[in-house]
Design a protein around this ligand. Structure first.
Ligand SMILES: [Zn+2]
Length: 384
């Protein structure tokens, strides 16, 4: 494929000719040295607003949307800068590479000029020449000890190439950004720094408690490994401070790393959010967006169920969430201090029935870990 591209001012106004498959780096002029293959597009306001209206059900304001897009632009800019630095280091350390690059650029520009002037040219000659130059450059790079992909563009998210979109669909990384922007009052990203599998320890458990903990850990790992292929839900219960929230956040951490969308709420926050939007007449649009997210995100964690003020509204909302997610085969994790009997009594038979039939039930028991940690911290401070 040969195409002529006038890039706009976001990149450069230089004429460039790209030959080859859209994702390959075959050639670029000396200043514009990579081809996005359709992955990266300069920002265009009208295009973005159109997308916003048509494809976003999540209630981002334009300012929030712009902030996310700006973050993507920054990411791309950082990666472009890094690539430029890598290219400069190759120019300095690999004799002949820069010359080959310049030869590539001038061959293409000459060809482009002649094409525009109306000459009838055999494109395959140029194509072969550029392929040969590209092969020589690659060879030089490898012979000098560089990785073959050293001069390829880096991306924070390979799937969308830091554009936020895969085709017309928003990428999983974009969905997660929206979730974080709209709901992450609890700071799930921050929580995962201290609650993750690397920080998990069995030292607080003994005997039967240890057996339960190890079983729960095994189930959690299975949950993560089969996420997306197996539909599973977890109901983690037990007394205060036995590691239920910790375990649920460990799972969230792993799934976020794998690029899944995770929505995390303490029960208190969740029902506060829902009641605020239900009883606020102006929030119809927001309400719909919130339910779309609650029902649709890949993993929903409701932490500490039972700590909210339980009303008939809460019981019915909880059932709707569990039921809708079950119909859509979307995974849910619930943690609670309540026993199963208390769950039935506090909410409804319907909730109890859904949980007992569709959730893996895990019990954690033992001493209050938070209390032990607090005492240990106090003691170590006293020693100082
Ligand atoms: Zn992405």
């Amino acid at each position: 494929m040969i195409s002529l591209n006038w890039k706009n001012s976001f990149w450069t106004t230089k004429l460039s000719i790209c030959i080859g498959e859209s994702d390959q780096i075959i050639h670029m002029s000396s200043t514009l040295y990579y081809w996005s293959g359709g992955g990266i597009r300069p920002p265009r306001n009208t295009y973005r607003v159109k997308f916003f209206k048509e494809n976003f059900r999540m209630a981002l304001t334009n300012a929030q949307y712009d902030a996310i897009m700006h973050e993507y632009e920054n990411r791309r800019s950082i990666h472009r800068q890094e690539l430029e630095e890598r290219l400069q280091s190759v120019y300095e350390s690999v004799p002949g590479y820069k010359e080959l690059d310049e030869e590539t650029a001038s061959a293409s520009v000459d060809f482009g000029k002649r094409l525009i002037a109306g000459e009838k040219l055999d494109r395959s000659i140029l194509k072969n020449k550029l392929l040969e130059l590209s092969r020589q450059k690659q060879l030089l790079l490898i012979e000098s000890g560089y990785a073959p992909d050293f001069l390829e563009m880096g991306y924070t998210c390979q799937d969308c190439r830091d554009t936020g979109y895969i085709g017309n669909e928003k990428c999983h990384c974009f969905r997660q950004k929206i979730i974080e922007t709209l709901y992450d009052k609890s700071g799930l990203r921050i929580l995962t720094r201290s609650c993750n599998f690397r920080k998990m320890t069995a030292k607080y458990y003994q005997g039967e408690d240890l057996t339960r903990f190890l079983k729960a850990k095994e189930v959690a790992e299975d949950f993560i490994n089969n996420f997306g292929s197996d539909y599973q839900n977890l109901f983690i219960y037990g007394t205060v401070g036995t590691g239920k929230s910790f375990l649920s956040i460990c799972i969230a951490d792993e799934l976020l790393r794998k690029g899944h969308s995770v929505l995390y709420f303490s029960s208190l926050e969740l029902f506060k959010l829902l009641s605020r939007n239900t009883f606020d007449n102006n929030g119809k649009q927001d309400r719909k967006a919130i339910y779309d997210d609650l029902y649709g995100c890949e993993l929903l964690i409701i932490d500490d169920l039972g700590t909210e003020l339980t009303t008939s509204f809460v019981a019915s909302e909880l059932f709707s969430i569990i039921n809708e997610r079950d119909m859509r085969k979307r995974a849910t994790i619930i943690t609670t201090n309540l026993s199963l009997e208390q769950l039935q009594h506090t909410y409804s038979d319907r909730v109890f029935s859904r949980v007992t039939s569709n959730y893996r039930i895990l019990k954690l028991s033992g001493q209050d870990i938070r209390k032990i940690q607090k005492i240990a911290k106090k003691e170590s401070e006293d020693v100082k």
